[in-house]
Design a protein around this ligand. Structure first.
Ligand SMILES: [Zn+2]
Length: 421
């Protein structure tokens, strides 16, 4: 009996307990209570926040956000793991578009079902996008080069965001691309035609673009042309050889040996042109036949020195030094002879390049048409207004100008006087 009673007690307690739990689970538990909280937007991403105020007396199995660009909220971010009441949770959504409006709501799920917070929205701000700024750092605008030179082209671009692409065009033909703000290109002009070229650099930040252009002139390579001329005349000479006539090329050029004097000078007015070859230190050696036919030795009056000049300039030199021999000038109230103003005299017939620099053209001294006076202090510009007593200025006015010379002062070479014909 006692044993039976005990069993009844146990069963009764079990039934009671089951009933209590059942009642609790039916009547005392509920869906969670969840709120949609704030959003933090940074560039193309947004961090959504939610908070579970009440778990509903059951474990939260999962929670998160539904979101999308419409209130249909077609995207879902689901979080799992233990979450306690009144602790905010968050997730970050990425790849959002500037200017677009997004909707979102928090949710939480327990055994009783899914609960939602309110639908909220936000709009991704549109940031001001400045266009890129391109500059061509090399070469400078309006550069003139000789065919065959390599032009180092450098361009750069900056942007408030990021330069995504650069491109270089020469006469609208793409030459080089870059995927950042630096672009370099070495342009070999040996195969390009002489003429004017437009160099254009562009930059793109994905939304806006910028471009800069400069122009560049490619000159014909005269050395190449000269070689062609030499070759042509060599052929004509061979062709003419059997008749044994001495060919007289145009513009008074005479030459004896093409292979020894392969280069042809420019044509210098009445003084003609000649074949020559480069030697050392910027000097040249001129076809001796041309020298024999054109260069003469004269005695300069006054200073009584023998110099070599072009036969067509001879009279001008004698005229100028006759003025110097006989003329006077008044300096600071004192009368002086022009001859006393000539301290040194250099360079009448001197076959050489300008400034003795082989990369420059030929000096007119190579034709025996120029003379340098008082070189020491006159490789410069003389300002006649400020230096009216400068000897080279006085010699220019009183001797060289009336004798048909020009003065190198205009290109800062006030020692240099030269016959132009
Ligand atoms: Zn000179």
């Amino acid at each position: 009996m006692n044993k039976k009673f005990s069993l009844s007690m146990v069963i009764g307690v079990l039934i009671l307990l089951i009933s209590v739990f059942s009642i609790k689970s039916i009547y005392l538990t509920a869906k969670p209570i969840v709120d949609t909280a704030q959003v933090h937007i940074e560039q193309d991403r947004a961090t959504l926040e939610g908070i579970i105020h009440n778990t509903g007396g059951k474990n939260i199995t999962h929670y998160g956000f539904r979101w999308g660009t419409s209130q249909g909220l077609d995207q879902e971010e689901t979080l799992t793991g233990t979450i306690n009441a009144n602790k905010p949770f968050s997730t970050t959504i990425k790849g959002l578009r500037e200017g677009a409006t997004y909707y979102y709501r928090a949710f939480a799920v327990n055994a009783k079902g899914t609960a939602y917070g309110d639908i909220k929205s936000f709009t991704v701000p549109v940031k001001y996008n400045a266009p890129p700024v391109v500059s061509i750092t090399s070469p400078g605008d309006n550069l003139i080069i000789t065919q065959g030179e390599v032009v180092e082209i450098a361009a750069s671009a900056t942007d408030d965001k990021k330069v995504k692409a650069m491109e270089l065009y020469i006469n609208n033909t793409s030459k080089k691309k870059a995927d950042n703000g630096l672009l370099n290109y070495n342009w070999d002009t040996s195969a390009v035609n002489p003429g004017k070229y437009v160099l254009k650099a562009t930059a793109d930040d994905g939304v806006k673009t910028d471009e800069k252009t400069i122009t560049l002139t490619v000159k014909e390579d005269l050395k190449k042309v000269n070689q062609v001329v030499v070759n042509t005349s060599a052929i004509s000479k061979i062709a003419a050889a059997p008749t044994k006539t001495v060919s007289t090329p145009s513009r008074g050029v005479n030459h004896t040996n093409n292979s020894k004097y392969p280069k042809l000078s420019k044509y210098n007015g009445l003084f003609g042109q000649f074949y020559y070859r480069d030697t050392s230190g910027g000097r040249i050696e001129i076809d001796p036949q041309w020298i024999a036919e054109n260069i003469v030795t004269i005695k300069l009056p006054g200073i009584n020195r023998y110099v070599q000049v072009h036969k067509e300039a001879k009279d001008n030199f004698i005229q100028a030094f006759t003025y110097i021999q006989n003329g006077t000038a008044t300096i600071n109230g004192k009368r002086v002879s022009l001859l006393s103003l000539v301290k040194t005299m250099d360079g009448t017939f001197v076959p050489r390049h300008v400034n003795w620099n082989p990369s420059k053209g030929l000096s007119n001294h190579s034709w025996g048409t120029a003379i340098d006076i008082n070189a020491a202090n006159h490789f410069r510009y003389v300002n006649p207004a400020r230096e009216p007593n400068d000897p080279n200025y006085i010699l220019w006015i009183k001797a060289f100008k009336p004798a048909g010379f020009s003065w190198g002062n205009s290109y800062s070479d006030s020692m240099h006087y030269e016959v132009i014909k």
